[in-house]
Unconditional design. Structure first.
Length: 169
């Protein structure tokens, strides 16, 4: 008797930001990871409310276009500048709202956990993460740091057991 094949898992990873919001979609078939698409939502530097709408609409469109079945987002971390932290929190909230409205189960990951999942240690630099993401996805395309962080978040999520991925925020 042939064993049942594993379902294809497709995850959208989000590295939130109020000016540049990284996103990456990674698919897992067994142990093989494939980059489906990735990029950066350029929200700009205009009115803050307009930037939030841009982020929400772009994530909604990405989910509709690429049909991920799970979402992963960078968790909250400490920042020195309170104003920057608040803006990042708002952008993160809008990204979460877009994923939840798309009825995706969403999991959040602390930056150190993402780094450990991708590099094996929690203190890796953004450049090291970018290099390892390219290696894991067998890509010669050197993407930007926001984009590679989003791909790393998706990879981190895919490394977890499937039964742990179903807890929405």
């Amino acid at each position: 008797m042939r064993p049942a094949s594993r379902p294809v898992r497709r995850v959208i990873g989000i590295d939130p930001g109020s000016v540049n919001c990284g996103w990456g979609i990674v698919e897992a078939r067994g142990n093989t990871l494939t980059r489906v698409a990735s990029g950066v939502i350029k929200a700009g530097r205009g009115a803050f409310s307009g930037r939030l709408i841009t982020i929400y609409d772009a994530i909604r469109d990405l989910v509709a276009e690429h049909s991920p079945n799970e979402g992963a987002i960078e968790g909250i971390f400490h920042q020195r500048n309170a104003q920057s932290a608040l803006k990042l929190g708002h952008a993160r909230g809008v990204a979460l709202l877009a994923l939840v409205h798309a009825e995706l189960p969403v999991t959040e990951y602390e930056p150190s956990r993402v780094k450990k999942a991708v590099m094996g240690r929690g203190g890796a630099s953004k450049e090291q993460i970018r290099s390892m993401v390219a290696l894991l996805l067998k890509s010669s395309n050197q993407c930007g740091l926001d984009e590679s962080d989003a791909l790393a978040i998706a990879i981190c999520h895919l490394q977890r057991l499937p039964s742990l991925n179903r807890s929405p925020l």
